[in-house]
Structures are given as structure tokens and as C-alpha cells.
Design a protein around this ligand. Structure first.
Ligand SMILES: [Zn+2]
Length: 126
């Protein structure tokens, strides 16, 4: 896997604690990303306690990075707050439904920023 530049400077999300205590520790862009069974992926996240390390495909445009950010923060929040702090509406969502939610929030709130991600977390009930 080739590691590209991080988007830390452009993306003031790094090092910021979001609503409900989730910390985005890093956002890294890489040229190639595959999931655990080798399928091409656009993003993934490692979680250590409340800290999220997000990796995005570097070929995504800024706009294309926004939906994955919403997606990964939803999943990160679910992981951080599992099981008791996960809002009931999220209890049985699958990957595609998280994508739909992420797309909805992106369309409604615009690009993923500290404000829009916090708004999303509040609206989801975290
Ligand atoms: Zn996912």
C-alpha cells in the first residue's frame, strides 16, 4: 500500500474531539485501499478506544471524501458507544444503510466539517 499525503492541513478535523467524545486522531490518504477480503474500498477506520484513525482513498475528490467521512464517523460513534450508547435507530443498520445516511447528511449539511459532523451525531441521538 502506497501512502500519500495526509489531509491534516486542509481538514481541520484532525485532533478534534467531536460530540459525545469521539476523537479523530488522523485522516490519511492512500493510493490503494482494499477491504479484508481484497475488495476495493474507498475508506476504512481503525478505532482505539475513543480515537479514530481514518484512511481514505487519495483519488477521491474533496466532495467524494465527504460522504466517507460521515460514514466513518457514524460507524466510529457506534463502535465507541457500543452497545448501550448506540441510538435505537442504528441498532440494525447495515453498511448500505450507513452509506445512505452519510449521503443524506452530506446533501443536507454540506461537506463534512466539525460543525456538520457534530450536527449529524446530535441528530442521530448520540
Ligand atoms: Zn462502513
Amino acid at each position: 500500500m502506497t501512502q500519500g499525503p495526509t489531509i491534516n492541513d486542509r481538514d481541520s478535523l484532525v485532533g478534534v474531539t467531536l460530540h459525545s467524545g469521539i476523537l479523530i486522531e488522523s485522516v490519511e490518504c492512500v493510493d490503494e485501499l482494499v477491504d479484508v477480503i481484497g475488495r476495493p474500498a474507498t475508506e476504512w477506520t481503525r478505532r482505539f478506544g475513543r480515537r479514530l484513525q481514518i484512511t481514505l482513498l487519495s483519488s477521491l475528490s474533496d466532495d467524494d471524501r465527504s460522504v466517507p467521512m460521515y460514514h466513518e464517523v457514524i460507524e466510529g460513534a457506534m463502535g465507541v458507544h457500543f452497545p448501550d450508547g448506540v441510538p435505537p435507530r442504528l441498532h440494525s443498520v447495515n453498511e448500505a444503510q450507513i452509506d445512505d445516511l452519510a449521503r443524506d447528511f452530506h446533501q443536507r449539511l454540506g461537506s463534512a466539517t466539525l460543525e456538520s459532523l457534530n450536527q449529524m451525531l446530535l441528530e442521530l441521538g448520540f
